[in-house]
Write a protein that binds this ligand. Structure first.
Ligand SMILES: Cc1cc2nc3c(=O)[nH]c(=O)nc-3n(C[C@H](O)[C@H](O)[C@H](O)COP(=O)(O)O)c2cc1C
Length: 346
């Protein structure tokens, strides 16, 4: 058993990627039950919902990971948000949507004092972060109960920074990965690399174990990551069509159809670059439209368009998060998907 496996507490070092908005404890429990490490994404959960999910995970007696974002909330900019509503105005008119119906405030919250206190009651064995690490005082409290701390690095510089600032292992997130990029030291996407370019360079640079993420969709992908020096893998997209995923029927159909071959990074749905399947709003406004408000404020204005379009069976305004390799998206219990991915450890 490797050090990483021991610390994750799982039968094999396969982490189900936390996917905020697309899954909850049911997926985490299924993956942990099959020998991997299930993750609970907390970024979009209100405190009561987070508590309820943590209670289910604790009751299972299985290992689990809890994941948080640690971005700095932006100063709201009313002029920028009004300008963004103007960009979206033709769509509001087309769909007969009242822009005033847009929810106010950020839909994604960063790790903070209250989350630390709640988490301390449960003392999860593994805690992972996206967009860097929390403030040193908060991180010290998480580490004080013995949690094994992970965070995503998208460059060698970020991996070294995470090691220096207390991460026990680093997730090397390649450019292929679905959902939000975890970059936090530089906003220059030109510095970001594909998994097989990033992974060996991070492995060579740091002392802590490195977990590969991005584009891994089957056992051969897992084997390839291990051959390049990964101590474990983190897989997201391949779980999105599992029975336990909360992905909508429209999202599942896109993942299992031709359109999944064309993904792009987009800021339209949250304000930060995240990878999803190209749809109408990405094509028409440009996926990285500079008018989109800062993360996470962009999600509010597009939400009513998404809701109205989805009601009539259209994913024109939905974030169809996906990595570049959706070939592992099968409709099956997550335990089966986990065992198929883990075949190389048989
Ligand atoms: C739908 C979706 C939501 C995601 N949400 C999160 C999240 O809440 N926290 C996080 O650390 N990573 C998140 N990610 C990124 C994953 O941690 C991981 O880097 C990625 O799924 C790996 O690439 P793959 O999708 O090709 O397997 C998300 C990915 C997807 C596909």
């Amino acid at each position: 058993m490797t050090k990483l496996q021991e610390r994750l507490g799982a039968a094999f070092p396969l982490i189900q990627a936390p996917m905020a908005g697309s899954q909850g404890s049911a997926l985490a429990l299924a993956v942990s039950g099959a020998g991997g490490l299930g993750s609970l994404p907390a970024a979009m959960l209100a405190p009561d919902a987070l508590r309820a999910e943590l209670e289910k995970l604790r009751a299972s007696g299985r290992p689990y990971n809890v994941n948080f974002f640690c971005h700095t909330p932006p100063v709201p900019d009313a002029a920028r948000e009004a300008a963004w509503q103007q960009v979206l105005a033709p769509y509001y008119r087309e769909l007969g949507v009242d822009p005033a119906a847009a929810p106010v405030g950020p839909a994604r919250r960063p790790f903070d004092e209250a989350a630390t206190e709640l988490l301390a009651e449960f003392r999860p064995p593994v805690v992972s972060f996206h967009f860097g690490l929390p403030a040193p005082g908060l991180l010290a409290r998480v580490k004080a109960w013995g949690a094994f701390v992970l965070s995503s690095a998208t460059t060698v510089r970020e991996a070294l920074w995470l090691q220096e600032h207390g991460a026990d292992a680093v997730i090397a997130q390649g450019l292929e990965a679905g959902g939000h990029r975890g970059h936090f030291l530089s906003l220059d996407l030109g510095e970001q690399m594909g998994t097989f370019a990033l992974l060996p360079q991070v492995v060579a640079a740091v002392r802590v174990p490195v977990i590969a993420a991005g584009g891994i969709a089957d056992a051969a992908g897992v084997r390839a990551a291990l051959a390049l020096g990964a101590a474990g893998v983190q897989v997201g997209t391949a779980y999105l069509c599992s029975d336990e995923s909360l992905a909508s029927p429209l999202h599942r159909a896109a993942l299992q159809g031709e359109s999944a071959r064309h993904t792009q990074l987009t800021t339209l749905f949250s304000g930060r670059p995240a990878r999803g399947i190209v749809n109408r709003v990405m094509r028409e406004l440009g996926p990285m439209n500079p008018a989109a408000p800062a993360f996470p404020l962009a999600s509010a204005a597009i939400a009513p368009l998404r809701a109205a379009a989805e009601k009539s069976g259209s994913s024109d305004f939905s974030p169809l998060w996906s990595g570049q390799n959706a070939s592992g998206c099968t409709s099956a219990p997550a335990a089966l998907i986990t065992r198929a991915l883990a075949r190389c450890w048989d």
